[in-house]
Design a protein around this ligand. Structure first.
Ligand code: NDP
Length: 300
């Protein structure tokens, strides 16, 4: 008699993101009762089509939870000085609570200089070195949206994460490194796997939790996973198929779900959480600014 293996359950990022957005809406209403109306400024430089879609989605969702959004579009030919001048204005504007510069920027603009020109207390992406340092030290700071969203998915799926072994595949500043830091704060034992790791699959097979942010379509297969592992797939890759383009993650979903206990689908897993946490961060930034938060006093 052949046995069909039990398939992992999907972690429903859309449903959990909707809960987060409801929480944000409640916070926005509470602020409105104090005549405070959070506003998010989104800066888009150039005409990158994917960036335009991301920005449109962010602005749409902001409106749905009652956050005012201010869109600033600059042409691809904008100079670094022009971008920095705009950021100075937004930093100084008390009506602006959050500032997001959509990445990537055109090649002639220094991304680091732009990120570090944002006032840390308005840095809703959590990429400024002051926020990064604060995160490592466990201070109350603005934390990058995608890893924050992944943590929420993990807590909703596993509850307390203490003592679990988590493997993060990828060590980017945007996802991998802050993800590992947040997992450590949640009392996981962590391993970070990257392109120089020796036998990444063997390391990954030790993990109770696997978070994958590599940017390589369907790289992680069933053979990389311990039975019962919880898998968070951050990857978004567009691949061509006979039926047209399709979005896939960094995990081979069909094979991984025969071994994992729970897994995020792509799309519909991590993606919606990133936008939800951007808006949550906008509310947190507003609250920190109102509290005159000492950790994040304006340094510019
Ligand atoms: P980066 O390209 O900045 O980083 C990729 C990381 O993967 C690097 O640390 C690299 O290692 C590592 N890596 C590359 N090849 C291998 C390999 N063969 N084995 C092990 N590690 C490897 O990517 P990001 O972190 O920015 O993004 C990762 C993915 O997540 C992308 O698909 C991106 O589109 C997606 N993404 C999705 C978001 C969402 O909202 N869902 C948000 C942000 C990103 P090394 O450092 O050694 O080079």
């Amino acid at each position: 008699m052949s046995m069909t293996p039990a398939l992992a359950r999907d972690i429903d990022g859309k449903a959990i993101a909707a809960q987060v957005l409801d929480e944000v809406k409640d916070d926005v209403l509470a602020l409105a009762r104090q005549q405070v109306y959070p506003a998010l400024a989104v800066v888009l430089v150039g005409e990158d089509p994917a960036s335009q879609v991301y920005v449109r989605n962010k602005l749409l969702k902001a409106g749905q939870v009652g956050i005012r959004s201010l869109e600033h579009r600059l042409p691809a030919s904008a100079t670094q000085h022009e971008v920095l001048t705009l950021l100075d204005q937004l930093n100084a504007d008390p009506e602006v609570n959050g500032i997001l510069v959509q990445l990537p920027l055109p090649a002639h603009i220094d991304e680091k200089a732009v990120i570090h020109a944002i006032d840390p207390i308005k840095d809703v992406d959590g990429f400024h070195r002051e926020n990064v340092g604060g995160l490592v030290q466990g201070a109350e700071v603005l934390t990058p949206c995608t890893p924050s969203g992944c943590m929420r998915l993990l807590h909703e799926t596993c509850g307390d994460l203490s003592g679990l072994h988590a493997v993060v595949i990828g060590r980017s500043n945007i996802v991998g490194k802050p993800m590992a830091t947040l997992l450590l704060q949640a009392n996981c034992s962590i391993s970070v796997v990257h392109s120089r790791s020796v036998d990444a699959a063997a390391l990954c097979r030790l993990a109770d939790i696997v978070v994958v942010a590599v940017g390589r379509p369907q790289m992680i297969e069933a053979s990389w996973l311990k039975p019962g592992a919880v898998v968070i797939d951050v990857g978004i890759n567009r691949i061509a198929t006979a039926k047209g383009d399709r979005l896939v993650g960094d995990v081979d979903y069909a094979s991984a779900r025969t071994v994992a206990r729970a897994i995020t689908p792509v799309p519909g897993g991590v993606g919606p959480m990133t936008i939800a946490y951007l808006l949550k961060n906008t509310v947190i930034a507003t609250q920190l600014q109102r509290a005159g938060h000492p950790q994040l006093a304006t340094t510019l």
